[in-house]
Design a protein around this ligand. Structure first.
Ligand code: GLY
Length: 373
């Protein structure tokens, strides 16, 4: 049985959470007509998990092919997608075949985009292997690549047939990759009450408080704790996606921390992880909300305290305010010339706002640098 189901009518799909590839057959029941499986993975994950996944699939009598793409955000581009198309063409991949995206968010986004566009769409299954991918990018159907220096500017909404999470793959993440991924989990915790207001049947789990109370277990990668957090996190995200699959409205709350976070990420040329940038972006959004007087400094400090205990940096002296502001102007989240912000109101509640004074944005970024005003 699925641990979470994303309910989207005929595009509904299960999310399975396991501690091995043992139950992968469940994910494959969603693509019963598929005869060949193409694993798309990157040069890092290939060495660690591609063989064990492939031998498991072969054991189930599937024909398995594999393409290894170069690792890293700098390769998240149309050239890499072209390489996948070329591989598919040379190997006569058909519409009934399935792409399996094995890796972090970059692999999932690229492989998902190739699946969305090759032969006008072939099946794909997400097998995320980083916290960011498990808790955010593998769920919800956003696929795409960077272009002309802008992140994720080309893409498609294309839902996977299933998401299969093998918690064992998280053990080999570097400490930085592991802990910083929790920024996305904190983000989902900080929107939980707003999500509950949207969906009556959704029961509040109190994810933020749970995270505060279980930081040691998180850092020790305690399996039951991780499994509970991931399930709750995916449930929160899936409820938002069910409500607004194509981000015509409320799904934008999933961008909490991303307006400034993405800009920091690009301006530092990806020196910081995505999670670290989202954490900084959320803190800046909290600062804006405090200045606008609808969030308290005490609540902001509570969020900073959680991030700090988890080991996620809450400032960075190399942030260049001018560059960040320039990057923000290039971002997809500019609409009608205005920047779109998601700001906290309470722990668990956010609101959308696109009338934030530039000076206030600047001051909030400056606070992240730690420079005097
Ligand atoms: N990562 C934000 C979203 O899926 O909408």
């Amino acid at each position: 049985m699925a641990d979470v189901t994303v309910n989207l009518g005929e595009r509904s799909y299960p999310i399975y959470i396991s501690d091995s590839f043992r139950d992968f057959g469940n994910a494959l029941t969603t693509i019963s007509f598929s005869s060949r499986l193409l694993i798309v993975t990157d040069s890092n994950v290939d060495k660690l998990y591609a063989d064990s996944l492939a031998s498991f699939l072969e054991h189930l009598e599937y024909e398995v092919l594999k393409i290894v793409i170069p690792a890293g955000e700098k390769n998240k581009n149309l050239e890499t997608v072209s390489r996948i198309y070329e591989f598919c063409r040379q190997n006569q991949i058909e519409r009934k075949d399935t792409i399996i995206a094995l890796g972090g968010g970059v692999v999932g986004d690229i492989a998902g985009f190739a699946a969305a566009t090759y032969l006008r769409g072939i099946n794909f299954i997400q097998v995320p292997t980083t916290i960011i991918a498990v808790c955010d990018s593998s769920v919800g159907g956003k696929t795409g690549v960077d272009f002309g220096g802008s992140k994720n500017i080309i893409g498609a909404f294309y839902q996977p047939k299933a998401v299969y999470i093998n918690l064992d793959t998280l053990k080999t993440l570097s400490q930085v990759q592991y802990v910083s991924g929790f920024a996305e989990v904190v983000k989902h915790a900080l929107i939980e009450k707003t999500v509950a207001d949207l969906q009556e049947e959704f029961e509040l789990a109190g994810l933020f408080e749970y995270l505060e109370e279980n930081t040691e277990k998180i850092l020790e990668k305690e399996i039951d704790c991780l499994s509970y957090i991931i399930k709750t996190n995916c449930l929160i995200k899936s409820k938002v996606v069910e409500f607004d699959e194509k981000e015509k409205g409320i799904r934008a709350i999933l961008n909490f921390g991303h307006t400034i976070g993405h800009a920091i990420e690009s301006s530092l040329e990806f020196r910081l992880t995505h999670g670290e940038c989202v954490a900084l972006g959320m803190i800046a959004a909290c600062s804006i909300a405090v200045k606008l007087d609808f969030f308290t400094e005490q609540r902001k400090q509570r969020i900073i305290a959680l991030l700090t205990v988890l080991g996620i940096p809450t400032n960075d002296s190399e942030i260049d305010i001018e560059k960040v502001q320039q990057e923000m102007k290039n971002d997809k989240k500019v609409s009608g010339g205005k920047l779109h912000f998601v700001l906290p109101k309470k722990i668990g509640e956010v609101i959308e706002c696109n009338h934030v004074d530039e000076g206030m944005i600047r001051e909030s970024i400056r606070e992240l640098v730690g420079a005097s005003l």
